[in-house]
Design a protein around this ligand. Structure first.
Ligand code: ADP
Length: 445
């Protein structure tokens, strides 16, 4: 893997380059989420269901038995440790397994059980006695395809007649051959080639088409176009399923373009709030002073675990070094690390092996480390135009109501510019950020 997140660097980027970076960021973020997630996220929000035919009854299931799965699949589900369907699975599974097949657009944040749901649908619809591809799943990258493939293998463990093939660049097959595997998972370019130019797959025989990570997929025009070209080769009777973790207008337009007559299932993200957070700021004149203030804070209060955010790799590296010299056990997340390495660092931090995690902005996006008691913005979050990045600020220090442990956030200000950013963040959230004197820290604990 050579996926890397795009961090602030000094060179300007061309438009096309920008598109590539945003795609890589999103794909890497999504992979990171998969690598660090070991169970379902807790959600308190309600699932919204929009049926294609509002008059047909709405089925939802509370157990896997109710789905009348093939015995080896039920066995596979239980062997994975699933006791009951997740929130979105309660509604999505009956729709996906209905006869005749129904199309579906489903949106919910990562970790809510989408992958497990469509894998179960693919495995259920396969006829293992037919030795040709029947289910086609497209993913944005090779690494993401591989993760889904692993789920297929786990869930299909007791159903060994069903075989899986990866349609990815580098997987070279002999000309003129026909695939015998019932499930093919791959990236759009290769899948398209295998259907169209090389004819390893007969698209007319596909019964289930899955487009996973639609929000990542459409970050490049190439993937978007290829996905549509694949979809056009499929028969009218083919079941079409689209999944996305987010639902901006662009994803929605794409989804409606590619999935005919869909049912729609949405599960809103858990809202984050600053209500349970005490926010402070510290005024300094340089990064050395900021480091000194940090040491003072460490000397004054007990910090179980802290995350410290920096704007650039260079600052993050420097700070991690300084903290190590002070005797802290520091974990460092940085964009030149591969996604798997980053996942390992986060895992160690979660297990409490390190007490301080120093990271750049981009790297830590989307990471939830619930036990962190203190978040330090060594640099305030700004977007590429130098405006306050309120969303990132909220995501870093905000908590969901459910896990609303009290938290502490400390912002380091080192210039007029950053003071202005701080004021604008304060105004945006309409929540006071108190000034902290790091030579007199009695007040915060
Ligand atoms: P998503 O595709 O939405 O990111 P996944 O299908 O990967 O979500 O599920 C997230 C995690 O939860 C995975 O570790 C998966 O094994 C687990 N999981 C999925 N469905 C269930 C379930 N019904 N019960 C328990 N765990 C589940």
């Amino acid at each position: 893997s050579n996926l890397q997140l795009n961090e602030k660097e000094d060179k300007p980027k061309s438009e096309e380059n920008g598109e590539k970076c945003s795609f890589k960021d999103k794909a890497a973020q999504s992979l990171l989420n998969k690598l660090i997630r070991s169970n379902l996220v807790n959600t308190t929000n309600q699932v919204e269901v929009l049926q294609r035919d509002p008059n047909s009854p709405l089925y939802s299931v509370k157990s896997f038995e109710e789905l009348r799965l093939k015995p080896p699949l039920l066995q596979g589900v239980y062997a994975m440790g699933f006791n009951r369907p997740s929130k979105i699975q309660e509604n999505a599974l009956p729709m996906m397994l209905a006869e005749p097949p129904q199309n579906l657009i489903a949106q919910s944040q990562s970790g809510t059980g989408k992958t497990a749901a469509f894998v179960l649908a693919m495995l259920s619809h396969v006829d293992p006695s037919n030795k040709w591809p029947q289910c086609l799943c497209v993913s944005p990258t090779y690494e993401l395809a591989l993760q889904t493939g692993k789920v297929i293998e786990q869930m299909g463990k007791f159903y060994p007649e069903v075989k899986l093939m990866y349609a990815i660049r580098g997987n070279k097959l002999e000309r003129g051959m026909k695939l015998q595997e019932q499930i093919v998972i791959g990236t759009p370019g290769t899948v398209l080639d295998w259907c169209q130019k090389l004819k390893f797959i007969d698209p007319k025989k596909i019964k289930v088409f899955v487009l996973d990570e639609a929000d990542v997929m459409i970050a490049t025009q190439g993937h978007l176009d290829q996905s549509i070209r694949i979809q056009r080769m499929l028969p009218k009777t083919c079941q079409m399923l689209l999944f996305s973790a987010t639902f901006e207008e662009t994803v929605w337009n794409f989804a409606k373009r590619i999935i005919p007559d869909p049912n729609i299932i949405k599960l809103k993200r858990e809202e984050e709030t600053l209500d349970t957070i005490k926010q402070y700021y510290v005024v300094c004149n340089s990064k050395e002073e900021k480091f000194q203030a940090l040491c003072n804070i460490y000397g004054a209060i007990t910090i179980a675990q802290a995350m410290i955010f920096c704007h650039t790799r260079r600052t993050a590296g420097w700070l991690a070094g300084e903290l190590s010299k002070e005797g802290h056990q520091v974990a460092l997340l940085s964009g030149e690390m591969q996604v798997e390495q980053r996942a390992a660092v986060i895992q160690r931090f979660r297990e409490g092996k390190e007490k301080v995690l120093v990271t750049t902005n981009v790297c830590a996006r989307g990471i939830d480390v619930e036990q962190v008691s203190v978040v330090i913005n060594f640099d305030l979050p700004v977007d590429k135009d130098g405006n306050p990045d309120n969303e990132t600020y909220l995501h870093r220090i905000g908590r969901t109501g459910r896990f609303g442990k009290r938290g502490l956030a400390i912002n380091m200000v080192d210039s007029k510019f950053s003071m202005n950013i701080l004021n604008r963040i304060q105004e945006h959230f309409n929540k006071k950020i108190e000034k902290l004197d790091t030579d007199d820290l009695d007040e915060i604990e």
